[in-house]
Write a new protein. Structure first.
Length: 643
């Protein structure tokens, strides 16, 4: 039964009671006693001449505020309540007398909060309401509790509405309930009421159902960043994509039932762009470090100077990975060359004192080979001037070291060459003066009129021999000069090797046999005639120089010369049983002017140009020259001429 029906029924009962109480005063007193003990205030109001009059008023509230029936004495409600309170309640009485129930909650009287419920209870024959029943309750505690709840709710609403983070609230089915101002600023529009995260939202990379399942279980979920562009929703908004990061969490009631799902959104575009720029810069820096020929490293500024970073290109330089250096404090020192540790190790401690150091040392690579490294290190300080880090770089200077060594050798060789040339010039002076003195001296002797014919013949022979010797020296000087200046020309033509060998054999036989030497020519069996295309004069000069050289340095035994056929060339040789050449001097005898300073040929005349000229001719013809010799046992000179 509704309250209205209850009130109507109560009114009927009261009416019946009043009729019955006419003869039953005792029972009426009992009823009034009961009503006076009720916490509520029950009363009847009638309307007369536009004013409202209370006819019956009982209950504890009526007792407290002297509103009992016997205290009304025909007073109007406005007189009883006062103008201010009456003006608040009058619209509700007007509504009740118009035939509609009404209720006013929270009006204040005597520092207490009350509610009044008005129910039409009696109508006249015309259907007009002529009496209204009212029930007043003291709701101070309830009102204050509701006010406190409302205050908390208002605070929460303000927190949500003015929160700088975008907040979206969904119901337990995922449907949109509300969003704050920051949400509208971020997304530019609010979803429709039938929008649901279960059917309308998507998370990049998928997995939305799994994410929501975790939220329903009570977990707080951070979704992956998504890109949003309000321009795609409505063209009136600028085409400006933004990246959004979101957090989802559930709100449960005290009984454990899911009430809401809250999503908090944040514009993380700047952070994502900064992270992307950082990634690109990091990648760019990694690429620069990897492609840089210098290896960059950092280490702690205090012993044991533990490595903190080394660029990846250290693998290209040494074959070791950065992790090899970072995982072992002794890795660097263990791979230093033992001879360099005394200089390299103290350099780091010096760097702490001076702030800068440069060291060169050898480092053993993974393949076991050593490379030369230039290591420059600087000490880095913080704002307070305290050392915080060592930073440096490595550069492979192996080629520079090699070049320095070669330059040193070249310098020594140049100095040796200058010394040899000086000695050569001194020797040339002697070599030229000797035949010239013979020529001039014996020419003067020929002027003597008392010379016999034999003496004149002897003197002429000496002059002739000295002239040939002088001519040979001059020819050698001319030839070596042409070779040095690159003006020596080649003239290729068909050459009969056998004829050359036979001619040289006959030419030198007398000179060799006069020294008591056995002179032998060696030709391959079955080769009656061999024709090759080469420079005839150069081939003749090479063999002549080698044979003359062997005759000069051979005092006993034999000299044998000839050739053999190889796959793509002819190999000529001149073998003697002369004084021989030590291994350390075998290459030296082929250099310019070496005869004057070698020591092995002391006492033998000559400018020392024959073999060097021969070597130059052989190389011009496209061949190679080599020596097999043993000191005191003779020498064999080989050279090839391409077919």
């Amino acid at each position: 039964m509704s309250i209205r029906e209850e009130l109507i029924e109560a009114q009927k009962n009261i009416t019946d009671l009043k009729k019955q109480l006419t003869g039953m005063q005792a029972r009426e007193d009992d009823l009034l006693n009961i009503l006076s003990k009720l916490d509520n205030h029950i009363y009847r109001v009638v309307k007369k001449n536009g004013e409202y009059y209370p006819l019956f008023s009982e209950g504890r509230i009526a007792l407290t505020y002297k509103f009992q029936t016997h205290q009304l004495e025909g007073r109007t409600l406005s007189q009883l309540l006062g103008d201010e309170l009456y003006s608040q309640l009058k619209p509700y009485y007007d509504r009740a007398f118009s035939g509609k129930s009404s209720e006013f909650r929270g009006f204040l009287h005597d520092q207490r909060f009350f509610s009044v419920k008005l129910v039409p209870s009696l109508e006249n024959a015309d259907g007009e309401v002529i009496e209204v029943v009212g029930i007043t309750q003291d709701i101070t505690e309830i009102y204050q509790s509701e006010a406190e709840v409302q205050k908390t709710s208002d605070v929460l609403n303000r927190i949500i509405e003015h929160n700088p983070y975008s907040i979206q609230i969904l119901d337990d089915k995922g449907f949109h309930v509300r969003a704050n101002k920051a949400f509208l600023d971020l997304f530019k529009t609010e979803p429709d009421k039938d929008w649901s995260i279960l059917k309308d939202a998507q998370i990049e990379g998928g997995g939305l159902q799994e994410q929501l399942a975790k939220v329903f279980k009570g977990e707080v979920i951070q979704t992956p960043p998504i890109w949003y562009n309000a321009h795609l929703v409505d063209v009136k908004y600028p085409d400006n994509p933004i990246c959004i990061g979101s957090v989802m969490f559930p709100v449960f009631l005290s009984d454990g039932k899911l009430e809401y799902i809250v999503l908090m959104h944040e514009n993380i575009t700047e952070r994502i762009n900064a992270q992307e720029n950082l990634r690109k810069n990091s990648e760019r820096m990694r690429h620069m470090l990897s492609s840089n020929p210098a290896v960059i490293y950092t280490s702690e500024a205090n012993p044991p100077f533990q490595w903190t970073f080394i660029s990846e290109n250290v693998f290209v330089l040494t074959g070791f990975y950065p992790s090899d250096f970072l995982g072992n404090d002794n890795f660097w020192t263990d791979h230093l060359h033992p001879d360099d540790q005394k200089d390299a190790l103290p350099s780091l401690e010096k760097c702490i004192d001076k702030g800068h150091c440069v060291t060169e040392y050898r480092f053993r690579c993974k393949n076991g080979k050593y490379i030369w490294i230039l290591d420059e290190t600087r000490l880095i300080f913080d704002r307070n001037g305290d050392p915080v880090e060592l930073i440096g770089y490595w550069v492979d200077i192996s080629n520079r070291k090699k070049a320095d060594q070669e330059l040193l050798l070249a310098k020594e060789k140049a100095e040796e060459s200058d010394r040899l040339k000086s000695a050569f010039l001194a020797n040339m002076s002697h070599e030229i003066r000797t035949p010239m003195n013979g020529i001039l001296g014996f020419t003067d002797l020929l002027k003597d009129p008392h010379l016999t014919g034999d003496e004149k013949e002897e003197y002429v022979g000496i002059i002739r021999k000295s002239g040939h010797r002088l001519m040979g020296i001059i020819n050698d000087l001319i030839n070596i000069s042409k070779i040095e200046s690159g003006q020596m020309e080649l003239k290729f033509e068909p050459v009969n090797i056998h004829q050359q060998i036979e001619y040289l054999y006959k030419f030198f036989s007398v000179e060799a046999t006069s020294k008591g030497l056995e002179f032998i020519r060696s030709l391959p069996a079955g080769d009656a005639e061999v024709i090759i295309t080469t420079d005839k004069e150069k081939l003749y000069a090479i063999l002549t120089n080698m044979i003359k050289n062997s005759i000069k340095f051979t005092d006993k035994g034999s000299i044998k010369f000839g050739y053999t056929r190889k796959e793509r060339c002819y190999e000529f040789f001149v073998r003697d049983t002369g004084i021989g050449i030590s291994k350390e001097n075998q290459q030296a005898v082929l250099e310019r002017f070496i005869q004057v300073d070698s020591g092995y040929s002391s006492g033998y005349e000559g400018a020392g140009l024959g073999l060097s000229i021969s070597k130059a001719y052989i190389e011009m013809l496209g061949g190679e020259m080599r020596i097999e010799s043993e000191l005191g046992k003779g020498s064999t000179f080989f050279f090839t001429v391409p077919v």
